[in-house]
Design a protein around this ligand. Sequence first.
Ligand code: FAD
Length: 478
Amino acid sequence: PPSIVWFRDDLRLSDHPALRAAAKNAAKTGAPVICLYVLDDAAGRAPGAAARWWLAQSLRALGADIATRGGSLILRKGPAARVIAEVARESGARTVYWNGIAQPHQAVERQLEAALAKLGVDSQSFPGDLLAPPAAIRNKEGRGLRVFTPFWRRVLALGDPPKPLPAPKELGPAPTVASDTLETWKLEPGKPDWADGLRETWTPGEASARARLRDFLKHTAQGYVGDRDRPDREGTSRLSPHLRFGELSPRQVWHAARFAAEENPAIGPGVDKFLSELGWREFCRHLLHDHPNLATENLQANFDGFSWKPDAKALSAWQRGRTGYPIVDAGLRELWHTGVMHNRVRMVVASFLVKHLLIDWRDGETWFWDTLVDADAGSNPANWQWVAGCGADAAPYFRVFNPVLQGERFDPNGAYVRRWVPELKDVPPELIHQPWQATPIELASAGITLGKSYPHPIVDHAKGRERALAAYAKIRKG
Ligand code: FAD
């Protein structure tokens, strides 16, 4: 009888423990493997629009990779537990294999186990998504750690994670099981088609993820420590959406990076820093495991009484990159066009929303959720809570980023701003992060009319800062 491999946010063939186990069994018994993906918007958090675009491309790439091994990817839609049980019944499969994935609610796996048990079908699940399972990193009371540095120390103390597994060479012949077509799922935009920028920027899929990792280790890792905070440089790996969809596993990244650093010790410090960033991904997933409502509930309950100031107009100006602060606007426009934003700028725009505008972090988190191709159920809310000050290991509440100073420090010549806010392209570097300081003559010669071609700042920095500190002081006192 055949077996089923349930693909989830692990859209790859190598280092896929569930697939490896099914393929091994197939090699022994000759039983075919059914590769199945189920679109189930009710399990966990339904992906936003940009992530759905990525998902469609990634499924296409996975389907092609499976086809070169003689198999095919079966697509079904609906509640995962019910759909997988149906496929098992239709095909006579006796075992279903999958990798456990950190997600807001684990209920779907339990439901699946119950549905399969009723049919007398075995379930086998494997860890495949993390460097260390949450159970391995607990404090004395059995709870997860809330501070990153000790967390990461504990992960490092576990030593190297298991070596990645090879991809199976053969996956055929595929049994005939009915499959949807990707087109009927409408994951990609119809009209208007807003995905041009995504297509220009990205090639989803396992092969491209691996190529990007190799390229990073060869060319970028050496300068990573100095360049990672510079949005005007290509200083980071840009692996986040590939990791989000599991086109690459953290174990593969870990081992490739360690191996590269052994070959070339000059990249050692860059690799250590890079792996600790991967540690943040891990930390966020562990938080999600312990706090399934991470996207909606403040981790620090004293924030529940915070007096946010809902303001639809200001929120819309922020979303569109029309706040009048060039570094903030550049970030939000980069996000809209490419589906990602540089990490330093994510911190600046998030701080601007929750502190200068006093808009609830959940509004910003929701916008990111819909527009990021790497939108991640752990990393997105955990980082928003970190910036807002209500998270685990959060930035202190009095840290209010000054968007002018952040721009001047991390985009010193304004190249990043010029790229994403082209109406400012002729403003000289010393004014590009605060065009309102320019004289009328300087503005005219740069072709700018403040309030027309580019907005006035929607809030004054000093006043915004004071207002934020006053609001935060109130909740600190309780
Ligand atoms: P690199 O610097 O090359 O880092 C390597 C990998 O480490 C990344 O691909 C990512 O998987 C992980 N990583 C790096 N920084 C972080 C971090 N702070 N938290 C968690 N993982 C990290 N990252 C997401 O993957 N998805 C999100 O939805 C997301 N939302 C964010 C929201 C806010 C408000 C902020 C401040 C940060 C957010 N991040 C998120 C983290 C970070 O900005 C991105 O992971 C990073 O910009 C991706 O670029 P890179 O792959 O070139 O990173």
